[in-house]
Design a protein around this ligand. Structure first.
Ligand code: FAD
Length: 362
């Protein structure tokens, strides 16, 4: 029997997981990834500076057991440890820059509870990655065109400025839908009905920027604060405890920056960091003014995540693609994975695992 040649576009969680499912059917897919790393929107800053492994999520931090059944089950399959988001203690509300924050006593708990993965969300990515062969993943390779012909598909890409070509019987796109339309040309063209939905599907969280400040310990807990705070004045609008799961380890706070993408770009990274630290000191006190380390990722500036249309923040809307054209293309060997293509939990990590049934190629 002829070996099935499968090309996957994108080595985010969805692309890696697609390759993992195919491996279980004895198929060794090739993944083409534009960045120099795997994981896509999942990005964890790791350090071992103080004798303990520290991890700070700069993309997603949470999953929700009970709701995110696939994440839950895969976390178990791969033997990863998880822990509840720290929410015990006072919730702080910053109304103005001049008055002290309001202290709202007690526990402000998300329902259902948010959970984090020990080692950071990257542990999920690494667990799947380890199941694959290194040579299956071609980094620094941006797919630019997909051409269908009688024998399958020719996938055109650019690797370090050089044109490269890959041949496959099947192609699985595992990149955000808007990026697919913006970056990849199709011959023949994708159906108009599909293109329209793809262009109207925001890349979840692509408009956001995440800031993390690391301290030698989570000092706010000593004062009865949970680390959760909101602000009406910014730049951080929503703040949470991002400390590692350790009694002795470092403490960290993370926040989403409320300024829009253009304002952030104009302000510049250093100014944003300065303003965020100043704000954390106003909310959590003097100790917050001296972080040992800060991280900032503006996802709207990431060319392999956000398109121009993704610069505007949106509410979580409806995700998924219309069945008819998708099934027609699947019958011809072209599939759409990636969280934005998932009808259930689209946008979330859970959606990145929810691949079309027909993707099993059996
Ligand atoms: C700041 C932030 C916070 C978030 N918080 C949460 C959370 O708490 N919980 C949650 O469930 N979800 C959260 N999310 C969403 C979550 O990150 C995504 O659902 C998930 O990572 C999507 O995985 P994916 O594989 O579908 O897409 P991606 O991770 O976007 O992967 C796509 C991959 O394709 C590559 N690529 C792009 N274009 C090309 C090309 N032309 N050729 C080749 N490769 C290409 C990219 O480099 C990338 O590696 C958050 C996202 C962000 C940014």
């Amino acid at each position: 029997m002829k070996t099935k040649r499968v090309i996957i576009i994108g080595a985010g969680l969805s692309g890696l997981y697609s390759a993992y499912l195919l491996k279980r059917q004895g198929i060794e897919a090739t993944i083409l990834e534009s960045r120099g790393r795997v994981g896509g929107r999942i990005l964890t800053a790791k350090t071992e500076e103080r004798g303990e492994k520290e991890y700070y999520d700069l993309g997603p931090s949470w999953f929700w057991p009970g709701m995110n059944r696939r994440v839950e089950s895969l976390v178990k399959t791969f033997g990863l440890n998880v822990f509840a988001q720290q929410e015990e203690g006072n919730y702080l509300m910053e109304d103005t820059k001049t008055s002290p924050p309001r202290v709202i006593p007690g526990i402000y708990v998300n329902s259902p509870s948010s959970y984090r993965v020990e080692g950071g969300m990257n542990s999920l990515v690494n667990a799947v990655y380890k199941e694959l062969k290194e040579e299956q993943i071609v980094l620094n390779t941006q797919v630019t065109r997909i051409t269908k012909h009688d024998g399958g598909y020719t996938v055109h890409a650019e690797t370090d400025g050089e044109s490269t070509v890959y041949e496959g019987d099947y192609v699985i796109s595992a990149i955000p839908l808007r990026l697919l339309v913006n970056q990849v040309g199709f011959s023949p063209e994708l159906p108009e009905s599909l293109l329209k939905v793809m262009l109207n599907t925001p890349t979840w969280m692509a408009a956001h920027a995440k800031f993390v400040a690391v301290y030698d310990r989570p000092f706010w807990r000593d004062e009865g604060h949970s680390g959760t705070a909101s602000s009406r004045v910014g730049p951080l609008v929503e703040i949470h405890d991002a400390s590692i799961n350790s009694q002795s380890g470092a403490g960290a706070l993370f926040g989403f920056i409320g300024y829009n993408a253009q304002t952030r770009k104009t302000a510049g990274r250093e100014k944003l960091k300065e303003l965020a630290i100043e704000q954390l000191s106003h909310i959590f006190g003097e100790k917050a003014s001296k972080p040992i380390r800060v991280e900032l990722v503006d996802w709207s500036q990431e060319e392999y995540t956000a398109t121009v249309d993704d610069q505007v923040q949106t509410m979580h809307g409806s995700y998924g693609l219309p069945s008819e054209p998708v099934e027609q293309l699947a019958a011809q060997g072209l599939y759409f994975a990636g969280t934005e293509a998932a009808k259930g939990y689209g946008g979330y990590i859970e959606g990145a695992w929810r691949l079309q049934k027909s993707l099993y190629l059996s």
